[in-house]
Design a binder for this molecule. Structure first.
Ligand SMILES: Nc1ncnc2c1ncn2[C@@H]1O[C@H](COP(=O)(O)OP(=O)(O)O)[C@@H](O)[C@H]1O
Ligand SMILES: [Mg+2]
Length: 145
């Protein structure tokens, strides 16, 4: 069992103007671990991609809740779970393929999951079509020096 040292949960409206707020909340929460600039920007990038996906894919033309849960575990590991109650994903494996996108006419590059994967240590996606999607990420900090 992992030890939980701290946690937070926030709910944001799925509006693109809340993307910056989500990034800043995530950065502020992890600041207690004295992260490097690179660790902070990795976490912001991963959170940004996940939140953007809730807004543009999960809720498409509607507005719904985005729940962001974060924990500090074992003194050095950041847990991030971002969930929506939107349309869900039919085929998760396909959705996670680099360059796969269901929004090809936008500027979507199909690399959101690849970014989340490369900037964190562990990524898990759960989804039920018609019910929503959750993305859970783990990142261990403090590898400097
Ligand atoms: N929260 C979500 N709700 C519904 N579908 C999603 C969600 N997140 C991702 N997807 C699906 O996974 C695909 C790949 O996502 P991603 O790698 O971020 O690329 P992009 O967002 O550029 O399409 C999306 O095109 C979409 O079909
Ligand atoms: Mg995306």
């Amino acid at each position: 069992m992992r030890e939980i040292n701290n946690y937070m949960k926030i709910t944001l409206a799925g509006l693109s103007r809340n993307e910056g707020l989500a990034r800043m909340c995530a950065a502020a929460f992890v600041s207690q671990l004295d992260p490097t600039i690179e660790e902070i920007s990795d976490i912001k990038a991963a959170v940004s991609e996940a939140v953007t996906n809730c807004i543009v894919h999960g809720y498409r033309d509607t507005i719904g809740d985005i729940d962001i849960r974060m924990k500090i575990m074992d003194g050095d590991t950041v847990y991030i779970k971002i969930s929506d109650k939107g349309v869900g994903i039919d085929d998760i494996e396909q959705a996670m393929q680099p360059m796969f996108t269901t929004a090809p006419d936008g500027e979507r590059a199909g690399l959101g999951f690849a970014v989340m994967q490369s900037f964190t240590d562990k990524l898990k996606v759960k989804s039920t079509p018609g019910k929503g999607t959750s993305v859970t990420m783990l990142k261990k900090l403090g590898r400097r020096g």
